[in-house]
Design a protein around this ligand. Structure first.
Ligand SMILES: Cc1cc2nc3c(=O)[nH]c(=O)nc-3n(C[C@H](O)[C@H](O)[C@H](O)COP(=O)(O)OP(=O)(O)OC[C@H]3O[C@@H](n4cnc5c(N)ncnc54)[C@H](O)[C@@H]3O)c2cc1C
Length: 327
C-alpha cells in the first residue's frame, strides 16, 4: 500500500485527483489484500480513460498489473487485465488471430474491455471473449465466468455491478479472417482507398480504423478527453417521428432505432453555457475536452444542462457514457 497522502491518480481527462489508498495486484498472491475491503469504499481503476473522477477519492483504488499473454492448449488466449488494449491488438496481428481489428486504438486496459463491452465500427469485444476470470468481492473467491454469464449487451455487462475485479480475460479469436466492413464510415473509407473484402488484410483493416479514428478523435495524452461523453440513445422506432434526425439515426437489426448523440448535442449547444475550461472537440461534437484547469463540478453541471435541454426540446434522454465518480 502506498502513502495515502501522496497518491495522485492519472486520468485521461487530466483532472487533479488524489485518493486515500491504493492496492496493486501483481499476482494472485496479492488477492488476500482485498479481503478486508467489503466495508470500505473502493474503486477498480484501469487507465481511467472512461472515468470522470472528483478531486479526492476517500477510499481504496485497486489496479491489476498482470499483463502477460498465455496461449492455452485449446487455442484460447488468456490475457492479464493490466495489458494495454493496443498491445493485444498488436499481438493478434502478429499471430494471425482475427476478430478485433475494428477495435484498434480504443484506449484502456484489457481488464476494462469486458466491463462496458467495448465496441466500435460494428464489432463488440464480447464476440471474441470466451470467459473472464475475476475476484468476486461478495464471495471473496476467484471465479471464471463464461461469456453467457457475463450478460453482455450494448456497452453493458455484469461487471457494471462492481462486484468483480477482472484478473484475466480469455479470448477465443477467429482462425479465419472474416472482416466486418459494413459500418458506414468504414465502408466509405475503404471505398475511397479502393479496398474491399477480397483485397483487405487484417493489418490494413487495423490501419484503416486507426486512420479513421485519428482523423476525428483526439488522443487523450495530447488533448484530455474520455471519448464519447454520451451514449447513442436507442429508442422504439414508433416513438419518434419518421423524419426526426434524418441522416443521424440508424435502424437496428432488432427494429429499434439508434439516434446520434453527437447530433442531439449539436442541436442544444447554443442553449447551454459551456465554461472556458471545457469545450467540444472541433472534429467530433460528442467528445468533451479539458481545455485546461477543468474541475469536476463544472463537468457534471454542463452534462446535466445538456441532458435537460435534449429532453425538454427533443424528448430524448441522453445517458452519460463514462462513469462519474463523485465524492
Ligand atoms: C479517445 C477515446 C476513445 C474511446 N473510444 C471508445 C470506443 O470506440 N468504444 C468504446 O467502447 N469505448 C471507447 N472509449 C472508452 C474507453 O476507452 C473504454 O471504456 C476502455 O475500456 C476503458 O479502459 P480503462 O482501462 O481506461 O478503464 P477505466 O476508465 O479505468 O475504467 C472503466 C470502468 O471499468 C472498471 N474497470 C477497469 N478495470 C477493471 C478490472 N480489471 N476489473 C473490474 N472493473 C474494471 C472501472 O471500475 C470502471 O468502472 C474511448 C475513450 C477515449 C478516451
Amino acid at each position: 500500500m502506498s502513502n495515502p497522502h501522496q497518491l495522485t491518480v492519472n486520468n485521461a481527462f487530466n483532472l487533479a485527483v488524489t485518493a486515500k489508498q491504493f492496492i496493486s495486484i501483481s499476482s494472485l498472491k496479492d488477492i488476500p489484500k482485498l479481503h478486508h475491503l467489503q466495508a470500505d469504499e473502493f474503486l477498480v481503476l484501469g487507465s481511467a480513460t472512461n472515468l470522470i473522477l472528483d478531486e479526492y477519492f476517500d477510499g481504496t483504488l485497486i489496479q491489476v498489473l498482470m499483463d502477460d499473454i498465455v496461449l492455452e492448449t485449446d487455442g484460447i488466449l488468456s490475457v492479464g487485465a493490466g495489458l494495454h488494449w493496443h498491445d493485444l491488438i498488436d499481438h493478434t496481428l502478429a499471430h494471425d488471430l482475427y476478430g478485433i481489428e475494428n477495435l484498434t486504438l480504443i484506449p484502456g486496459l484489457v481488464g476494462a474491455s469486458p466491463v462496458q463491452n467495448i465496441g466500435a465500427y460494428g464489432v463488440e469485444v464480447s464476440s471474441v471473449i470466451h470467459s473472464v476470470t475475476c475476484y468476486n468481492f461478495v464471495t471473496k473467491k476467484i471465479e471464471t465466468l463464461s461469456n453467457e454469464a457475463c450478460n453482455f449487451s450494448y456497452r453493458d455487462s455484469i461487471f457494471k455491478s462492481k462486484d468483480y475485479l477482472i484478473l484475466r480475460v480469455q479470448f477465443k479469436f477467429h482462425q479465419l479472417f472474416e472482416p466486418n466492413l459494413s459500418y458506414p464510415s468504414l465502408a466509405q473509407f475503404l471505398k475511397e482507398h479502393q479496398l474491399d473484402h477480397d483485397t483487405i488484410s487484417p493489418r490494413v483493416l487495423s490501419e484503416s480504423i486507426q486512420a479513421i479514428r485519428e482523423s476525428k478523435l483526439p488522443a487523450p495524452d495530447k488533448i484530455p478527453n474520455v471519448g464519447s461523453i454520451f451514449k447513442n440513445p436507442i429508442v422504439e422506432t414508433e416513438s419518434i417521428p419518421a423524419d426526426f434526425l434524418a441522416d443521424h439515426r440508424w435502424l437496428m437489426p432488432d427494429g429499434q432505432t439508434k439516434l446520434s448523440a453527437a447530433r442531439l448535442v449539436e442541436l442544444v449547444l447554443d442553449s447551454v453555457e459551456v465554461p472556458p475550461s471545457l469545450g467540444f472537440y472541433e472534429k467530433h461534437s460528442l467528445v468533451l475536452i479539458n481545455k485546461g484547469g477543468a474541475v469536476f463540478s463544472e463537468i457534471t453541471k454542463l452534462l446535466k444542462e445538456i441532458q435537460q435541454q435534449v429532453l425538454s426540446l427533443h424528448g430524448v434522454q441522453l445517458r452519460v457514457e463514462p462513469e462519474i465518480i463523485g465524492s
